[in-house]
Design a protein around this ligand. Structure first.
Ligand code: URA
Length: 230
């Protein structure tokens, strides 16, 4: 890997900052001061920046409290995306799954394709809990219908889901699939119209209350291990 890319990927520098760091003699590679920002270095090289060892993290995992009004994509010609909200630190991050543009809440951003694949795979039925605000009156047997599975126009009925009606037009719905607009379509099926939607959990990962919409933080090691084990 080129040294400037290494510094961008593992130390979060911009390419410009990386060049400047090398030029001013602040980068050591395997015990010698680096002279060229475009030199090739081994992935397991021992690199110091400003006399501090760069700890190589294979992947980055960010928990974002997605605000309404941004799209769950990496790039979009017209709209602001979730990736635009975070400092990617030289990584090619992508969202694990999608939340609708008007939805908020827990969204994991990572560059770990294998983990993302597993969390999204229909095989693993990873549970996701949503807080829902709705208009209208849900049918009395809505919870039972959701437990059994309902027809929302897909080939198969939905997998068993758990509805907890909180009163005052609010509910929590836990599903273990990710069909397009699934929560909105399920609520519509039992007589409601979703007016606000916020994802609270994904597997064992719980949205951090301290994150305001638009804020994000790195996952802790325990959270990463927990996700990887699911
Ligand atoms: N279900 C929806 O309807 N929308 C989302 O964004 C997520 C689940």
């Amino acid at each position: 890997m080129r040294l400037d890319k290494y510094l961008a990927t593992y130390a979060g520098l911009s390419r410009k900052e990386a060049k400047a760091a090398v030029k001013s003699g602040r980068v050591q590679v395997d015990g010698r001061t680096a002279e060229k920002f475009d030199e090739k270095i081994q992935k397991n090289a021992v690199v110091y920046l400003n006399q501090k060892l760069i700890v190589v993290e294979e992947h980055i995992y960010l928990m974002l409290n997605k605000p309404a009004g941004v799209v769950s994509a990496t790039r979009d010609d017209r709209e602001r995306t979730v990736v635009d909200l975070v400092d990617c630190a030289g990584r090619e991050l992508f969202p694990v799954g999608r939340l609708d543009k008007d939805a908020e809440g827990l969204l994991l951003l990572t560059d770990d394709g294998a983990l993302a694949h597993r969390l999204l795979s229909p095989k693993y039925h990873v549970k996701k809990c949503y807080y829902v605000r709705y208009e209208g009156v849900l049918s009395e047997d809505a919870a039972e219908l959701f437990r059994q599975g309902v027809d929302i126009g897909e080939k198969k009925n939905t997998l068993p889901a758990e509805l907890e009606v909180l009163g005052d037009g609010q509910a929590k719905l836990t599903i273990s699939e990710g069909k397009f607009h699934q929560v909105k379509r399920m609520i519509a099926k039992v007589g409601g119209r979703v007016t606000a939607l916020k994802r609270l959990t994904m597997g064992n990962l719980v949205l951090d209350d301290n994150l305001a919409p638009g804020e994000y933080r790195r996952l802790t090691k325990a959270e990463i291990d927990d996700l990887a084990g699911q």
